[in-house]
Structure formats: structure tokens, C-alpha cells
Design a binder for this molecule. Structure first.
Ligand code: L34
Length: 291
């Protein structure tokens, strides 16, 4: 069965839009998200555009700050400082990846944790790992909500996460093992140095894959009836109008036959990532205005 991220995302957007209406009816300004995009990466432009569209749909204000790829780290830090100090802004994200000459760590650490709606700051990650209330990074947050909306049991299940990135794999593993509603699973984290990956993936009741290698997971690596979450989204050259097709980390046509539930690419995890971001932005606004 398909886990329709796009459909669930649209439902949640309507719920958020109602909350925004209620906020505005009380005379309070709506939540405001600022996205900073450095450079011209095609995929990043699409993702940021989708974030702006989502803001518009739910009634948030949004501002896109575009900077050239020659921007220095100091210039970017100065921009962040300006946004940190602007009371009219609730959430700030700097779209990744950044040009090589800019340190992602320095940038994520410069963002005011109260506006860190990406959940990438050490404070946010530290709070997440201790089970404290915080901004949860958008992709893992979106995935837990997808599992929740489809009533997929996680308690006592074996969850295998393939990939240990700061953005997805690591926080995902923390959430799945945590004592939260869509947690309480037994978690195995696999990565590039895992020997005999298949040995682990076939044990997964819930298999979450975020490695960025198209069609990496084949049917023989998946247990019958498993829930398969495909975080990968790679542009692969193709002879069509766009010049590419999107491929996940899972060989969908094969794995669909064995999986109980599976997310499509596109229309699966991507739209849920955007929802996670919208919810974090609303949360930041609520912390400030309490309405
Ligand atoms: N700072 N950088 C920061 N925050 C993030 O949360 C992200 N991420 C990842 C990359 N860098 C980031 C995103 O926004 C991945 N990501 C993201 C966001 C949206 C979509 C995919 C990834 C998305 O909209 N996907 C659509 C298809 C888009 C297309 O046509 O290319 C989907 O249906 O999957």
C-alpha cells in the first residue's frame, strides 16, 4: 500500500491554515518564515520554491533571501544575525548544501535556536537526543507523522535506518527509539561501513533509507510486509522535457511487490518534509505569542 505523503501533507496544510485563521482573527500577525538560498543548485531552488508555496497555502508570510554562490561565510553570518534580531521573523532556514567555502556547522550554529525551524542547531539536536521538547528536523518529523497518520505500529518493532546523516538518519534513529508516540522501536543504524547490509535490512519491520543512491534497495533486501520509507530523491538524466527523472533510494517497482507499505518518489517523504517545516514555524510563533 502506498504511503501518500502528498495527500497527508495537504490534509495537514488545511489544519494549519485553520490555526493561522484563528491567529489572525485575534489580531496577531501570521507566522513568518525566512529561507536563505545561496547559489543556483537546481534541486535546492525547487525545494525552496515548494516551501514558499506551502507558506502561501497555509497563510504564513515568507521571505526568500537569494545570495550568489560567491557569498563569503562572513556575509552569510551577517545576514543570519540580521534575521536573528528581527522580531517579525519566527523561523529561519539556510537551505543546504552550501558552497564548499562555507562551513555548514558554523552556519547552523549561528541561527538563534528559538528560530531554528530546521532543528539543525546543536541545542535542538541535543534536546532531541534527550527527549526534550524542541524543533525536530523536518524530514524525520514528517516521516513520524506519516507513520502516525497511517496508524503504523512502531512500538516493539525493529526499525533499520540506512544512512547516518545529521539531517535524516541520525535524528530519525533517535526518534524511532525514543519514548514518543511513533517511537519505542528497536533501532539498527547502518551506513557505508556496514558489512553485509542485507543481513540487517531483511530484519526490518520498518526500513528507512536515506543514502542518496538511486534504487539502492532491491526486493531481496526487504522483508515481506515491511514498511519502507524512501528518503532519497536524486535527479537522474533522462530524455524528457525536464532532462531528468526523480529516483528514490529504493527500487520501487521491485520492492512494492514485497513491502506492506511504501512511500513513492516523488509524492512521499518530500511533501512531508515541507509539512514538518510548516509545523515548526507555527510552533516558533506559538512560543512567542501564545495564541
Ligand atoms: N536547510 N536544507 C535545509 N533544510 C531542509 O529541510 C532541507 N531539505 C533537504 C535538502 N536540504 C535542506 C529539504 O528541504 C531535502 N529537502 C526537500 C524538500 C522538498 C522536497 C524534497 C526534498 C520536495 O518538495 N519533493 C517533491 C518533489 C520535488 C521535485 O520535483 O524535485 C516530492 O514530491 O518529493
Amino acid at each position: 500500500m502506498l504511503l501518500k505523503g502528498k495527500e497527508v501533507a495537504n490534509q495537514i496544510k488545511e489544519e494549519i491554515a485553520k490555526e493561522v485563521q484563528s491567529i489572525v482573527s485575534k489580531g496577531v500577525r501570521p507566522p513568518h518564515l525566512v529561507a536563505v538560498l545561496v547559489g543556483e543548485d537546481g534541486a535546492s531552488k525547487t525545494y525552496v520554491k515548494n516551501k514558499e508555496l506551502a507558506c502561501e497555502k497555509v497563510g504564513f508570510s515568507s521571505t526568500l533571501v537569494r545570495l550568489p554562490d560567491t557569498t563569503s561565510e562572513e556575509e552569510l553570518l551577517a545576514k543570519i544575525e540580521e534575521i536573528n534580531n528581527d522580531d517579525e521573523i519566527d523561523g529561519l532556514i539556510v537551505q543546504l548544501p552550501l558552497p564548499k567555502h562555507i562551513s555548514e556547522h558554523n552556519i547552523t550554529q549561528a541561527i538563534n535556536p528559538a528560530k531554528d525551524v530546521d532543528g539543525f542547531h546543536d541545542v535542538s539536536v541535543g534536546r532531541l537526543s534527550k527527549g526534550q521538547d524542541t524543533f525536530i528536523s523536518a524530514t524525520p518529523y514528517g516521516i513520524t507523522q506519516l507513520l502516525d497518520r497511517y496508524n503504523i505500529e512502531t512500538k516493539g518493532k525493529h526499525c533499520v535506518v540506512v544512512g547516518r546523516s545529521n539531517i535524516v538518519g541520525r535524528p530519525m534513529s533517535i526518534l524511532m527509539s525514543g519514548s514518543n508516540k511513533t517511537g519505542n522501536a528497536t533501532v539498527t543504524i547502518c551506513h557505508r561501513h556496514t558489512v553485509d547490509l542485507k543481513k540487517y535490512t531483511v530484519m526490518a519491520d520498518i526500513l528507512i533509507v536515506a543514502v542518496g543512491i538511486p534504487e539502492f534497495i532491491t526486493a531481496d533486501m526487504v522483508k515481506e510486509g515491511a514498511t519502507v520509507i524512501d528518503v532519497g530523491i536524486t535527479r537522474v538524466d533522462a530524455d524528457n522535457k525536464k532532462g531528468y527523472v526523480l529516483k528514490g533510494d529504493v527500487n520501487f517497482d521491485q520492492v512494492e511487490e514485497v513491502a506492506g507499505y511504501i512511500t513513492p518518489v516523488p509524492g512521499g517523504v518530500g511533501p512531508m518534509t515541507i509539512i514538518g517545516l510548516m509545523q515548526n514555524t507555527l510552533k516558533s510563533h506559538q512560543a512567542k505569542f501564545n495564541v
